[in-house]
Design a protein around this ligand. Structure first.
Ligand code: 9YT
Length: 129
């Protein structure tokens, strides 16, 4: 059994700030926790736009606070994100994530993120295996 609070994570290497200061992500579960997925709380800061393209991962995201939107780049569709909304990048969708207000998002990744990835220029994380 694993029990972790957000306070355990803040200030450790499970807390990662984006280089461009667009977001901070706190990783409750990573690959080495052995769950087969990783589980994160990510704050996307108001007024930012982030280009994301997880070519090697599937991700589901649930918004619990704030307001923003996702634009899928292939078709230019815009999806409003408010508390209670979930989006799943089931097609490895390349997208822009924009926040109008600070957004608090709960994110699950399959396969699990190891915690050592850095966002690549193209918005992806490298493959783990
Ligand atoms: C919303 C979103 O894509 N979150 C991803 C998690 C974050 N980029 C992380 O933990 O690296």
């Amino acid at each position: 059994m694993i029990l972790r609070s957000i306070e355990d994570i803040k200030g450790t290497d499970r807390e990662v700030f984006a280089k461009n200061k667009n977001w901070v992500s706190r990783r409750f579960l990573l690959k080495n926790d052995g769950m087969g997925f990783s589980f994160h709380e990510t704050i996307i800061f108001a007024g930012t736009q982030t280009h994301i393209w997880y070519k090697h991962h599937l991700e589901a995201v649930y918004c619990v606070e704030g307001k923003g939107e996702v634009e899928t780049i292939a078709d230019g569709k815009i999806y409003k994100i408010i508390p209670g909304t979930m989006y799943a990048l089931n097609n490895h969708d390349e997208h822009y994530l924009r926040a109008q207000e600070d957004m608090r998002l709960l994110c699950v990744f399959n396969p699990a993120v190891t915690g050592k990835e850095v966002h690549l220029e193209d918005g992806s994380y490298p493959a783990t295996d």
